[in-house]
Ligand binder design. Structure first.
Ligand code: BTN
Length: 243
């Protein structure tokens, strides 16, 4: 029997949907609340960031959670970091021998390859946090190389991973609401891929910036130090590290 999810999470389990983010938005319109989890074994139209496709075969984990981002709308992007450290902690507990890193803005890496992607969208009055974990299949790499849990020796099933993530999300979400962004930022930076090293950022308008990854500011913007000494705050984009 499947164990239940911790408070405040309540599960809607489905065989197949277009996108769990879209299903969670529809649920929100019908009155679903903070803590609603929509999990589907497969997605027919899984979405990644910037409209990219998210390949969603059976055996991988695809789910979305409705979350209350609090009174201050400006703090909503901080939820991406709350989510990332929760997923990292859950995977680290499931596969203690592996090393997981967070990658700005919403990925988790293992052995330098992407294993988790996350997508935050609006589902008024909530935020919908969509999480995809490659468990049984690592889709063909497009933008980034990929890896899945089976390739690092884990036999965890999708529900085990979902429940583990919810355990850690319950803890980190409550801490964020109570203590603010500082402990979240510190936990994220402790395992940040590429920190203090060279990086390339590709911004939404297509501009490319080269520099050193100097960390996060107090709001969660990525800091990039250019070689001419200028420091840039980056709020959205893709980042790449030399291989
Ligand atoms: C990315 O890395 O570009 C984000 C990927 C987000 C994928 C998840 S899978 C569950 C949820 N439903 C979607 O359609 N997308 C997210």
């Amino acid at each position: 029997m499947m164990r239940s999810l911790p408070d405040p999470f309540r599960l809607i389990a489905l065989e197949q949907v277009d996108s769990t983010n879209d299903e969670a938005k529809r649920a929100a319109l019908e009155g679903a609340r903070h803590g609603t989890v929509v999990w589907a074994k497969t997605q027919t139209a899984g979405r990644g960031r910037r409209g990219r496709e998210w390949v969603s075969p059976e055996g991988n984990l695809h789910f979305s959670v409705l979350l209350d981002s609090g009174e201050d709308i400006a703090k909503t992007p901080q939820l991406a970091f709350v989510a990332a450290i929760s997923v990292r902690d859950a995977l680290a507990a499931l596969v203690p021998a592996a090393v997981f890193q967070v990658k700005w803005p919403n990925d988790i890496l293992c052995q330098g390859r992407k294993i988790v992607g996350m997508l935050l969208e609006q589902a008024p009055p909530w935020i919908v946090l969509g999480i995809g974990v490659d468990i049984a299949h690592a889709p063909d790499p497009s933008l980034y190389p990929t890896i899945c849990l089976r390739q690092i020796g884990s036999g965890a099933e999708p529900f085990d991973v979902l429940a583990g993530i919810c355990d850690h999300l319950a803890i980190w979400y409550a801490k964020w609401r109570q203590d603010g962004f500082a402990p979240v930022r510190q936990a994220w930076l402790a395992d940040a891929a590429g920190l203090n090293g060279p990086m390339t950022a590709r911004l939404a308008d297509g501009t490319t910036l080269e520099g050193r990854f100097a960390g996060l500011d107090a709001e969660g913007a990525l800091l990039l130090d250019k070689s001419d000494g200028e420091r840039r705050r980056i709020l959205a984009g893709d980042i790449f590290f030399p291989r």
